[in-house]
Ligand binder design. Structure first.
Ligand SMILES: *[C@@H]1O[C@H](CO)[C@@H](O)[C@H](O)[C@H]1NC(C)=O
Ligand SMILES: *[C@@H]1O[C@H](CO)[C@@H](O)[C@H](O)[C@H]1NC(C)=O
Length: 222
């Protein structure tokens, strides 16, 4: 007659049932496990970075590109005159030179993406000559002509004129040839970023005569 509702009896059975004992031991705190994983990951990352850095260093030492060698192999100063016209002094010049570029590397080729030569006398820029762009394979040497012609206005009286008279008395003019360039090195099929190159060649030019001596240039920036 007075049966308890079936739901209630089911609830009672459930209360003392197995679910309570489903986890006999609490699991290890998940935090500790996680921390150990992170430590391992960090150590692995540091080891990887050190190995990667060493590999790069060794590669760099093995493949390190050397600077190109540049020289003025020949030069002829045809004209270097002081002239006046309506009270203004001019320096007229006609200079041709051959510049020698040598790639000393056994593993790297060189792209000369842009090249220019400037001629300076007593700190004044006489003129600029554009040079051809080219690719230079390993151990290759190449001769490039540079021609400077024109006239430059110089102030009167000027220190440059004094310098000119002094040099004219000896017949030899000191002219610095500056070479500017943008280059890239090539290793196999890999090409480096672009580097700025700057070199100076302290040439001593006998006027109107052969007798120029081969002049090495100093590569300053690279
Ligand atoms: C530069 O080299 C070319 C070819 O070798 C030669 O004909 C020329 O006379 C040289 N220029 C000078 C200024 O020596
Ligand atoms: C340079 O020197 C030569 C002789 O060595 C002379 O004839 C010439 O007039 C000089 N030039 C100037 C501008 O002084």
């Amino acid at each position: 007659m007075n049966q308890p509702p079936p739901q209630q009896s089911h609830l009672g059975a459930g209360y003392y049932g197995p679910p309570i004992y489903a986890y006999p031991q609490p699991p290890p705190p998940p935090n500790e496990h996680f921390r150990r994983l992170i430590t391992i990951a960090i150590r692995a990352f540091i080891a990887f970075c050190v190995a990667f850095g060493l590999a790069i260093l060794i590669l760099w030492l093995v493949f390190r590109p050397q600077k190109m060698r540049i020289a003025v192999s020949s030069a002829y100063l045809r004209r270097f005159d002081l002239t006046s016209s309506s009270g203004t002094r001019f320096l007229s010049f006609d200079l041709s030179a051959n510049l020698t570029f040598r790639n000393p590397n056994t593993r790297a080729g060189i792209y000369y993406d842009w090249l220019e030569a400037d001629a300076d006398f007593d700190g004044m820029r006489l003129g600029t000559a554009g040079l051809p762009v080219f690719y230079q394979a390993r151990k290759e040497t190449r001769e490039v002509p540079a021609v400077f012609q024109g006239r430059l206005e110089i102030g009167t009286p000027s220190g440059s004129e004094v310098e000119y008279q002094r040099d004219n008395a000896t017949g030899v003019f000191p002219v610095d040839l500056w070479i500017f360039g943008r280059i890239r090195y090539k290793f196999g099929s890999a090409v480096t970023r672009r580097y700025i190159m700057r070199a100076v060649c302290p040439a001593r030019l006998p006027l109107g005569k052969v007798g120029f001596s081969y002049t090495d240039c100093k590569v300053l920036d690279l």
